[in-house]
Design a protein around this ligand. Structure first.
Ligand SMILES: [Zn+2]
Length: 106
């Protein structure tokens, strides 16, 4: 990586997977949130299971002009990330519990 991590990804709208982001950039996202956890799980009072992968999500979707800069990034678990997808807002279905939460219910 060249240049400061704060400037990385600015105006860059390539679709990347989480492992393509430099560790320094992911650390900035983590620091911004105050930890590496799923924002949606936290909001719903859920404990993300340790085997649920965390992914980098775009606050403003790439398809709607968002970029790969750390200011536009947040951590989400895979289920919440998939549920959100490219939609502007989650469907009522997706607003319910993530797949793993349903799975672990009695
Ligand atoms: Zn989640």
């Amino acid at each position: 990586m060249t240049g400061a991590p704060e400037e990385w990804g600015r105006g860059d709208q390539r679709r990347l997977s989480t492992r393509d982001f430099p560790a320094e950039v992911l650390a900035l996202v983590e620091r911004k949130q105050g930890g590496r956890f799923c924002l949606d799980c936290r909001r719903e009072g859920l404990q993300t299971p340790p085997d649920e992968p965390l992914e980098v999500d775009h606050l403003q979707p790439l398809a709607r002009g968002g970029d790969n800069n750390w200011r536009n990034l947040a951590w989400r678990c895979r289920s919440h990330n998939l549920a959100k997808g490219a939609r502007a807002r989650p469907s009522p279905q997706a607003a319910k519990l993530p797949a793993w939460a349903r799975r672990t219910r009695p």
